[in-house]
Design a protein around this ligand. Structure first.
Ligand code: SAH
Ligand code: SF4
Length: 348
């Protein structure tokens, strides 16, 4: 079996070079070629010796996800359907803005968490992605997009629950942040979780960690149990205990995502409870009007409900933003990532 290079850290590549009887800096050159220059063919890594290139051709491989489809939205967002080596498909979303681009990555194919308002939940968990598959989404999409903005943000908010695929996700984060590779600052990488409390506590103890966003979506246990069954396992008191203990860096805030479901969790009473729940936390709230998912019996909130919800939070002293999702016309918006064509390996 050839050794898969995608997903190996700088240190691991240095060790591999050593194990092959090459100087360790050859590993660093490989890392640089992959992540900084995005050169994926050994033949084009001309800074390596010919004999090493030959050995790499023979004994190593770089397996990037393949672009199967691009769905381009009127707002510039592109939803990529990517095919993995085993035939599984996942989705990655590219969101360009004037001075920056944001990549929304999947950490699992499907998701086991079963939030009732989310399209990905309908797939169930298909499998965890490897660190190489998580990092590979970024490499493939950046290589596909000719016009790059100066800054890249990464959000781990595509398919999957990142804290239920902890090791691979954190390893991918280290790959993104390595100054010798893509050099994306940790504070430009955001991990979003449905509230896996042991994962949040574990993340809190990491020296190098991304920013944390928590998908709250409800303000009482009864309401959250009904929308997100994971709350039965990790109820609000535990979740907020983990959030309150979460160490924040200078100028860092926690993010709470709150999907507004019309007539369900978008009342003035909900907003007032949210103000009370978040008292004393250095946090901001992103309000996400629900994006329609066929077959789910929810409705989007009215514009009035969204605005009064935000007003109540602001009057209560909370930072609150309305996040209208991008790419809705190509089902690339939050919670819509579950096209049926993505769930199964192709028929052979
Ligand atoms: N599993 C992680 C990250 C992926 S979901 C998590 O749940 O946080 C990313 C965000 O999309 C979450 O905040 C989730 O609450 C939200 N979301 C899910 N379905 C949605 C929908 N139909 N409309 C709007 N947001 C949705
Ligand atoms: Fe999974 Fe997040 Fe969707 Fe919940 S909202 S089912 S955790 S992807």
């Amino acid at each position: 079996m050839p050794t898969e290079l995608l997903g190996l850290t700088l240190e691991e590549l240095r060790r591999l070079a050593g194990a092959w009887g090459e100087p360790a800096y050859r590993g660093q050159q490989l890392f640089h070629a992959l992540y900084a220059e995005r050169r994926f063919a050994f033949a084009r890594m001309t800074n390596l010796s010919r004999s090493l290139r030959e050995r790499l051709e023979r004994d190593a491989g770089i397996t990037l996800p393949a672009v199967q489809q691009r769905y381009t939205s009127a707002d510039g967002t592109v939803r990529y359907l990517l095919r993995l080596a085993d035939g599984r498909a996942i989705e990655t979303v590219w969101m360009p803005e004037a001075r920056r681009q944001t990549l929304c990555l999947s950490t699992q194919a499907g998701c086991a968490v079963d939030c009732h308002f989310c399209a990905t939940a309908q797939l169930g968990l298909l499998r965890n992605l490897t660190a190489g598959e998580i990092a590979g989404q970024t490499l493939v999409v950046l290589a596909d997009q000719p016009r790059q903005r100066p800054t890249t943000n990464i959000v781990l908010m595509g398919q999957g629950e990142p804290l239920l695929n902890y090791e691979a996700t954190l390893k991918a984060v280290q790959l993104f942040a390595d100054p010798k590779g893509m050099a994306i600052p940790l504070l430009k990488i955001t991990l979003s979780t449905s509230g896996i409390v042991p994962g949040i506590r574990r993340l809190a103890a990491e020296k190098r960690r991304p920013k944390l966003a928590v998908s709250l979506n409800a303000t009482t246990d009864a309401q959250r149990d009904a929308l997100m069954p994971i709350n039965c396992k990790y109820p609000l008191a535990e979740l907020f205990d983990a959030c309150r203990r979460y160490p924040l860096r200078a100028r860092e805030r926690l993010t709470f995502e709150y999907v507004l479901l019309g007539g369900v969790n978008d009342t003035a009473e909900d907003a007032r409870r949210l103000v009370r729940l978040t008292r004393g936390l250095r946090a901001k709230v992103n309000l996400i009007p629900w994006n329609a998912v066929a077959a789910l019996a929810y409705r989007a909130p009215t514009d009035d409900a969204v605005e009064s919800f935000q007003q109540i939070l602001r009057r209560g002293g909370r930072l609150a933003f309305i996040r209208r999702s991008r790419g809705q016309d190509v089902a690339a918006a939050c919670g819509q990532l579950a096209s049926l064509d993505s769930s199964a390996p192709p028929a052979t």
